[in-house]
Design a protein around this ligand. Sequence first.
Ligand SMILES: *Cc1c(COP(=O)(O)O)cnc(C)c1O
Length: 321
Amino acid sequence: MAYTSTEAHSSVEKGAKIAGYGRSNVRGIPVDGRYAMIPQRLDEAIAADLEAGLLPACAVATVGTTSTTSIDPVPAIADLCATHDLWLHVDAAYGGAAAILPEMREVLAGCDRADSLVINPHKWLFTPIDCSAFYCRQPELLRRAFSLVPEYLRTGEDEIVRNLMDYGISLGRRFRALKLWLVLRTFGRAGIAARLREHMRLARQFAGWVEAAPEFELAAPVPFSVVCFRALPAGAAPAGAPGGDTGGDGDHRAGEDGAGADQLNQQLMDAVNATGEVYLSHTRLHDRLTLRLAIGNIRTGEQHVRRAWELLSAAARRLRG
Ligand SMILES: *Cc1c(COP(=O)(O)O)cnc(C)c1O
């Protein structure tokens, strides 16, 4: 059995399919009001599976989920993995980059106890797609799983180089590390930190505008540089600040006004994206259409985020009549 939160990226399930677990042997562990995995529920799922004679094998925690950038409590999850001898993989594809900032190092708390960790420089480290950094505590295990060297691939250097064909599925591969190395050398640690810090400042600023506007609401906490928000239909009261532990009470409008709110937000997103100036993405949270402003491009500045807010406010006024 493999365990991950209901907010985990689809790549976890896909990985489970490829590795032979099968999708049905992946348990989606519920999340709290901040969209982070509830360790107590993981504990219960492991216990139930053991009881049923199943073999808990692996847990995947996320630092920076795709929808809301929520952060699973890795230290508590690592405790459970240690107790039950589970492989702990941490998916920090997007959020891991933030740990470059001294004030954000805590986002990787507990990750020192992971068996493997992934951070994608193509997410938030200015590196063109694709480039994923995979860390594994015991690379020898990967070699055992993947190494298969026929005669025509043998060279005199085999003993002295680390050949990445032995650590994964692909044989031929591009020199992806080069572009990351250039990013690191060009900006330096301080240069990268300054840019990430600015992206987070812009996200908080935008979130502040959303919170201050009665016709909008924030849909999730903003730990990094992504803001999840919604426009409210005329006459609707905000659902309340996100981050409560129940996650239920705020959703009273999901039924009755839900369809109207979804339609408004869909039209809003389409209108803003049609300008060609801004591109918003979306997700569903508690089954409600939610807009996402993601700041991660090296050329995104305050003027662009202000412009996004202008376009959103104007289109929302128009759509609400
Ligand atoms: C984007 C993302 C992935 C997938 O990464 P790709 O390398 O683009 O396939 C996995 N996990 C999380 C949390 C992500 O945000």
